[in-house]
Design a protein around this ligand. Structure first.
Ligand SMILES: [Zn+2]
Length: 463
């Protein structure tokens, strides 16, 4: 039995207790309050178990029929009944009552008017919170508890919003709503999930702009640099309503450290942070700079910038990471070589595959002249590839990288594009308006970075 929680209506909630104006537990010490709440919680559990719904579930659990699956469902239902009731009782300990008269923030005196109850969808179910309401002749109605408890403006708590944004960033909104209901008993419509994602994505954009500005002004103290800092930049395309296919720039900064693995010591990514922008290279470059600062700013041994051949990447690399080693991402290089092989020899041809392997082998060994010669001998069809290699020849220190165990295009850039853009934005037939596409990018980047917890610790106004 899973009851859907509808804002403003809840059949599971414990009946409201009438609390007269005045402190609920006036003058009680902490220990007395703990004692009192403990007794209330125990009494609440007893009351839920004695209620019709609770009794029914316990009867089923005590009975002989029913599989483990059934019992699990009954337990979840019972858990939700109990938690919602306990939540209501536990959140009644305070209502922000300051006496019959209280001072408003404007300095004037306001008078107590009434208790204003409001329902909130929380992680433990829907609960009602009673807030003492005052009237100030200058400012109107105000409720001290709103500020004291940092209560959300809407009906969903910040924790619920955080969870919904996380699920909504991974799944289409209608699926996300189903998962939230199934997993947490949280009643949210698909359009509510969408609105939540948009608000959180917007707030992350603001947070990102602020942290980028701080990093550019040198106000960020970077953490201890990693052994090797790898910075990757790439472009991915997504379909927008306004302008059709548009390039999203995706950046990653990854900390690499030596770790002992099955094949001995290996340099491995131990942490990574992402950023993405549907926009021009310059602001994106600044965002990547800030991202790199958050990951140590540089590597103790070396800093690498990986990218495909796009000139804007190397311009930004030169601007923000002048001391870094620029590396043409091997993954992208191989893609180009194999694409040329298909053009020359046809799809799935083994001659083509052997040819591509020979070219790549030469390039991995830094035999660039030999590789260019070989391509020239192959014929005119290799002109574009030769141009690409010529343009990037000083970015192919593959032998040097391998000798030191450094990555030469581990796919970290490619997988960033997949994780940030393709998996959510490029599902069948999906078209995004530019603004919301960017908000979703922000969301997905933060969730995959260590910025997610830091962002929520700032208590953003998103609920
Ligand atoms: Zn006032």
């Amino acid at each position: 039995m899973v009851t859907r929680v509808v804002p403003g209506r809840n059949t599971d909630a414990a009946p409201a207790v009438d609390v007269p104006p005045g402190d609920r537990n006036p003058g009680m010490g902490v220990e007395d309050r703990v004692e009192a709440l403990t007794r209330q919680i125990l009494a609440t559990v007893a009351r839920v178990l004695a209620s019709e719904a609770g009794r029914g579930l316990v009867t089923q659990l005590a009975g002989e029929s029913g599989t483990l699956d059934d019992r699990e469902q009954w337990l979840v239902a019972l858990q939700r009944l109990i938690m919602t009731a306990i939540g209501t009782v536990a959140l009644e300990t305070e209502r922000g009552y300051r006496g019959a008269r209280a001072r408003c923030t404007c300095g004037r005196t306001g008078r107590y008017v009434r208790d204003d109850p409001k329902r909130y969808v929380t992680l433990v179910g829907e609960v009602e919170i009673r807030r003492a309401e005052y009237w100030c002749p200058a400012c109107g109605a105000w409720r001290p508890l709103d500020a004291q408890w940092d209560l959300p403006e809407g009906h969903f708590t910040r924790n619920v919003v955080r969870l919904a944004a996380m699920v909504g960033s991974a799944l289409p909104f209608s699926r996300a709503a189903e998962v939230l209901q199934e997993l947490g008993g949280i009643g949210m419509s698909p359009s509510q999930v969408r609105i939540v994602c948009e608000r959180v994505g917007e707030a992350i954009g603001e947070d990102q702009a602020a942290t980028t500005e701080q990093a550019l002004q040198g106000a960020v103290v970077p953490p201890e640099p990693p052994e090797v800092l790898v910075i990757g930049m790439d472009g991915a395309h997504l379909n927008t309503r306004e302008e059709g296919w548009r390039e999203t720039k995706v950046g990653v900064a990854a900390r690499y450290e030596w770790r002992e693995g099955e094949r001995g010591w290996e340099l491995r990514p131990v942490a990574a942070a992402y950023t993405a922008l549907l926009g021009p290279p310059e602001p994106f470059g600044r965002m990547v700079y800030a991202l790199a600062q958050q990951q140590g700013g540089r590597g103790r041994q070396c800093t690498l910038v990986l990218g495909d051949g796009a000139p804007w990447i190397w311009n930004q690399a030169a601007e923000h990471f002048p001391d870094a080693v620029q590396v043409l991402d091997y993954y992208h290089l191989a893609e180009h070589v194999f694409a040329t092989a298909r053009e020359l020899f046809g799809e799935g041809d083994t001659t083509g595959r052997d040819w591509a392997e020979t070219v790549l082998e030469l390039l991995r060994e830094e035999e660039i002249e030999t590789a260019l010669e070989y391509l020239k001998r192959t014929g005119e069809g290799t002109a574009k590839l030769r141009e690409y290699i010529e343009a990037n020849r000083r970015r192919m220190p593959y032998r040097w990288l391998r000798a030191r165990g450094y990555p030469m295009g581990s796919g970290i850039v490619e997988s960033a594009c997949k994780q940030i853009v393709h998996m959510r934005h490029r599902q069948a037939g999906m078209r995004w308006c530019l603004k919301n596409a960017q908000r979703m990018l922000n969301l997905r980047c933060y969730i995959r970075s260590d910025s997610w917890d830091r962002f929520w610790a700032t208590r953003p106004k998103v609920a």
